[in-house]
Design a protein around this ligand. Structure first.
Ligand code: TYM
Length: 335
């Protein structure tokens, strides 16, 4: 009976890079939805470690970040028994399918990717081919598992669109192989901005540590970062485009408390920025505290983690192999 239920569920796939500390942006834009979707959908989640080396990584740090990202997914409440939770590099079909897709993707399409333009401007000394073709690997990550939905933050929308384009083109040329996935982007928190420069997205690669909140930050650090957050000149808690700093804080507060923007504005009517920033800091710290506590337990047991990610890779391989084989056959390879 359980199997029948699983077969009928719609499928979800998403991945996260293990590049440094995961942020409140990752949580509100994507991970929160991963947790919420796991009962209703048949979910596959991965630590996208292969993507991380498009920028330079120190090997020991990368290894430890892969472990900690996997542990954090469990700490968030993602159940590896119910879902498939694995490490991307453990499933070779991702890079293999990526080659098939690369040969069906145009140079011009990749050149338009805004993240490539941003990242190559940020790392002019290392504009490598992997950074350029990264969205094709991401398309392979997705298409192997035939998901109906891909929960991501707004910054990944363009990559999702190219994955859809690649899939449609491949299906038209070779026959029906891939499911065309839909992005699943939250209404609140799809784009959490930097606390120091609200014109930029909150990012773990930002050198200014006060601009981002890590999921594993201490309560004191979280409150201090929100106290220092840039606000605007109007001095009232009101959401509007011109007031990007306070609007970002309202979005964050709304996402963690579940209150609407109007409710937040009403709650803080006539009260100053100082009081509001403290309330946001406390609400965020209270939301993240149980995740941090659970993470600290889970990361202690590397053996248990190892067993889980190996089982996850086995499950993922079984799903990915079928799609990969079908794609190879359709293209004309001898199997
Ligand atoms: P990554 O690792 O940069 O981010 C993981 C997820 O967090 C979301 N996110 C945000 N959401 C809101 N506000 C922010 N400031 C913010 N920062 C990050 C991202 O949108 C993402 O959903 N290429 C992907 C990883 C990836 C992937 C995939 C995703 C690889 N293969 C297949 C989906 C499907 C990335 O670099 O995300």
């Amino acid at each position: 009976m359980c199997n029948i239920e699983t077969e009928q569920k719609k499928k979800v796939l998403s991945c996260i890079q293990p590049s440094g500390m995961l942020t409140l942006g990752n949580y509100l834009g994507a991970l929160k939805n991963w947790v919420n979707m796991q009962d209703e959908f048949d979910c596959t989640f991965a630590v996208a470690d292969l993507h991380a080396i498009t920028v330079r990584q120190e090997p020991a740090a990368l290894r430890s970040q892969i472990y900690s990202t996997y542990a954090l997914l469990l700490a968030l409440g993602i159940d590896p028994e119910k879902n498939t939770v694995f490490i991307q590099s453990h499933v070779p079909f991702h890079t293999q399918l990526s080659w098939l897709l690369s040969c069906n993707t145009q140079f011009g399409e990749m050149s338009r990717m805004t993240q490539f333009k941003d990242k190559s401007a940020k790392h002019p000394e290392n504009v490598n081919v992997g950074l350029f073709s990264y969205p094709v690997l991401m398309a392979a990550d997705i298409l192997l598992y035939k998901p109906d939905f891909v929960p991501v933050g707004a910054d990944q929308k363009q990559h999702l669109e190219i994955a859809r384009d690649i899939a449609v083109r491949f299906n038209n040329k070779y026959g029906d192989v891939f499911t065309i996935p839909e992005p699943y982007i939250p209404k609140t928190g799809a784009r959490v901005m930097s606390l120091q420069d609200p014109s930029r997205k909150m990012s773990k690669s930002d050198d200014n540590v006060n601009s981002w909140v890590a999921i594993l930050d201490s309560k004191d650090d979280i409150i201090r970062k929100f106290k220092r957050a840039v606000t605007d000149s109007e001095a009232c808690v009101r959401f509007c485009e011109e007031q990007a700093g306070i609007s970002n804080l309202i979005t964050i507060y709304s996402a963690v408390t579940g209150k609407t923007v109007a409710e937040v504005e009403r709650e803080f009517e006539g009260r100053g920025y100082g009081e509001f920033k403290l309330a946001v800091g406390e609400a965020v710290a209270d939301t993240l505290a149980p995740i941090k506590a659970s993470y600290e337990e889970i990361i202690k047991d590397k053996k248990a983690l190892e067993q889980l990610y190996k089982e996850g890779a086995d499950k993922a391989c079984r799903q990915a192999y079928k799609t990969y084989n079908k794609a190879m056959k359709k293209v004309g390879f001898v199997l």
